[in-house]
Design a protein around this ligand. Structure first.
Ligand code: UDP
Ligand code: MG
Length: 194
């Protein structure tokens, strides 16, 4: 392969609207949406998966799955697609994720941008509890949410800070309506693609 994959990381708290906006970005700009959480949930469901229990434990506790697992799922999905550009949603979430990505993937990829969906805790919690009524997700409940928000604060914010220092971050005010957030996201992507 001659050209590097283009990557936009999408970060923010649980319920900040990453997945919702990624669907719209994919449609409008053609970046393939890969949700790390969805890939982990898919892997967990596989009958012969030896790591299913380990993944479920982390998801329920709001802790982070070891990078070897997540990174290899992401890399596989990238190779299996015919796309050149990817939106990686919900990763890297901590220093282990960041170091593992840099080790395994930095030679193959160019990080074009990091979108940071900044949203207040109260809005995040309300959205996830609403989603929990229909999502069937084992972590959209109050107890898991407290842990997820803690992990986000302690482990993910420093990753965002790291990319801030590299001047790669675009921050989005995410506690607005879907349409208002989209207007902001679209403007940022138009620049990325120009
Ligand atoms: N997760 C992980 N590593 C990742 C992405 C997700 O360990 O790179 C786990 C983690 O336990 C997290 C859960 O999957 O709390 C759900 O992540 P998801 O991104 O789906 O949640 P969201 O932030 O979209 O609500
Ligand atoms: Mg999500």
């Amino acid at each position: 392969m001659s050209e590097k994959y283009g990557v936009v990381f999408v970060l923010g708290g649980p319920g900040a609207g990453k997945g919702t906006q990624c669907v719209r970005i994919e449609k409008e700009f053609g970046f393939l949406h890969l949700s790390a959480g969805d890939l982990l949930r898919e892997e967990r469901q596989k009958k012969d998966s030896k790591i299913g229990n380990e993944i479920e434990m982390h998801i329920r506790n709001g802790t982070i799955v070891p990078v070897e697992i997540t990174c290899s799922l992401l890399h596989r999905a990238m190779k299996e697609s015919s796309n050149q550009n990817f939106l990686i949603d919900g990763f890297p979430r901590n220093k282990d994720n960041l170091d593992g990505w840099n080790r395994e993937m930095s030679a193959l990829t160019e990080i074009k941008r990091v979108l940071f969906f900044n949203c207040s805790d109260s809005v995040c919690i309300q959205r996830c509890l609403n989603r929990g009524k229909t999502s069937g997700r084992s972590d959209d409940n109050e107890e898991s949410l407290k842990k997820r928000i803690n992990t986000y604060r302690e482990s993910t914010l420093p990753v965002i800070e790291h990319y801030c220092n590299l001047e790669l971050v675009s921050e989005i005010q995410a506690d607005k309506t879907q349409e208002d957030v989209w207007a902001e996201v679209k403007g940022i992507f138009e620049k990325i693609c120009s």
